[in-house]
Design a protein around this ligand. Structure first.
Ligand code: NAD
Length: 292
C-alpha cells in the first residue's frame, strides 16, 4: 500500500516540472505529474530518463537508484488522480490567471495536502493564494534550474501562509536534499529580484557595446567568483521566462530599474530563447555554450 505522505503531485511537465519530478522520485517520493498538453505529457518520462542517463553516464548517479526511481514516477491524465498527494508543486507558465485556476482546483481536489506550492519566479503568493479557500496551505516553493544540480529552494511565505505550511515546506526541501532560504512575499522575492537586476544590467552593457556577452560573463565568473555569468544564466533560464519576470518586476517594483532592455525583447521576438531553442546570447550545442 502507498504511504500518502510520500506522494508528490507536480502540475506542469515543462523544464522545471520535469526537473522537480526527477529529484522527488530519486528522493523516494511517489511522483505524479499532470501535464496539460497531451503530446508533451507523452514526452515527460523519456525526458526525465534521458537526464538521469546523462547523470549515470557521467558517474553522478547510481544506476540502481535510477531504476528504483523510474518505478516511482508517472504521468496522470488529470489532477484528480493526485488527490492523495501530501505535497503539491505547481510549475506551469508564469501567468497569474492560469495559476489562480490551478490553485482553485488544487485546493478543492487535494484536501489532505500539507502544502500547495507554487514554483513561480515572480508572481505574488498572496494573489495566487486568494484563489484557494484555504490560503494557509499556499506557499512559494521556488526551485532553480537545473533542479538536479542547484541546491536551493527559496521558500516564500505570503501573509496568509501558516507556520505549519512553512514547516512542511522545510521538511519537504530537506527530504529532497535541498537547502532553503525563507523570504517574505514581495516582487521577485530575493533571488529573482537580484538575479534579474544583474541580468538586465548585463544586457544593457551588451547593447551599449561595452563588452561581448562572453566577456561580461567571464568578468563575473573570474572576477567575482560567480559560478555562471548573468547572460549564460539567462540562456539557461529562458529569455522568454526572464522577460516575463522583468515585466512583473517593472510593474510591481520599479518601472525604470526593471524595464526590459530592447535586446531582450528583440531576441525573444526572433525566437532566440536560450538553450531550449538552441540560441540566445550564446549558440548552444547540447550543454555547451558557444560564443556568438
Ligand atoms: P515551461 O513552459 O517549460 O513548462 C510549463 C509546462 O506547463 C508546459 O509543458 C505546459 O504545457 C504546462 N501547462 C500549461 N498549462 C497547464 C495546466 N493548466 N496544467 C498542467 N500543465 C500545464 O515553463 P518552466 O520554465 O518549467 O516554468 C514553470 C514555472 O517555473 C514558471 O512559473 C517559471 O517562472 C518558474 N521557474 C522557471 C525557471 C526556469 O529556469 N525555467 C526557474 C525557476 C522557476
Amino acid at each position: 500500500m502507498t504511504d500518502d505522505s510520500r506522494i508528490v503531485l507536480i502540475v506542469g511537465g515543462g523544464t522545471m516540472g520535469r526537473g522537480i519530478a526527477g529529484v522527488c522520485a530519486l528522493a523516494g517520493f511517489d511522483t505524479l505529474i499532470y501535464e496539460a498538453d497531451v503530446a508533451a505529457r507523452g514526452r515527460v518520462p523519456s525526458s526525465i530518463h534521458a537526464s538521469w542517463k546523462r547523470a549515470v553516464d557521467s558517474g553522478k548517479l547510481d544506476s540502481e537508484k535510477v531504476r528504483e526511481a523510474a518505478d516511482r514516477v508517472r504521468t496522470i491524465a488529470g489532477i484528480e488522480e493526485g488527490a492523495g498527494a501530501a505535497y503539491v508543486v505547481e510549475a506551469v507558465p508564469e501567468s497569474l490567471p492560469l495559476k489562480e485556476k490551478i490553485f482553485r482546483d488544487l485546493d478543492r481536489v487535494c484536501a489532505g495536502a500539507r502544502l500547495l506550492g507554487s514554483n513561480t519566479s515572480s508572481l505574488s503568493i498572496a494573489s495566487i493564494a486568494r484563489a484557494a479557500a484555504r490560503p494557509d496551505r499556499v506557499i512559494g516553493i521556488h526551485f532553480f534550474n537545473p533542479v538536479a544540480v542547484m541546491p536551493l529552494i527559496e521558500i516564500v511565505y505570503g501573509p496568509g501562509t501558516s507556520e505549519a505550511t512553512i514547516a512542511a515546506a522545510g521538511e519537504f526541501a530537506a527530504a529532497l536534499g535541498k537547502k532553503t532560504v525563507r523570504v517574505k512575499d514581495a516582487p521577485g522575492f530575493a533571488t529573482s529580484r537580484l538575479g534579474v537586476a544583474l541580468g538586465l544590467e548585463a544586457m544593457r552593457m551588451v547593447e551599449e557595446g561595452i563588452a561581448s556577452a562572453a566577456d561580461i560573463d567571464r568578468a563575473m565568473e573570474l572576477g567575482y567568483g560567480h559560478r555562471m555569468g548573468p547572460l549564460k544564466t539567462t540562456d539557461l533560464v529562458g529569455l522568454d521566462v526572464r522577460l516575463s519576470i522583468a515585466e512583473a518586476l517593472a510593474a510591481g517594483l520599479d518601472p525604470v530599474r526593471f524595464a526590459p532592455p530592447k535586446i531582450l525583447r528583440e531576441l525573444v521576438a526572433e525566437g532566440r530563447l536560450g538553450k531550449k531553442s538552441g540560441r540566445g546570447f550564446y549558440r548552444w550545442e547540447g550543454d555547451d555554450a558557444k560564443e556568438e
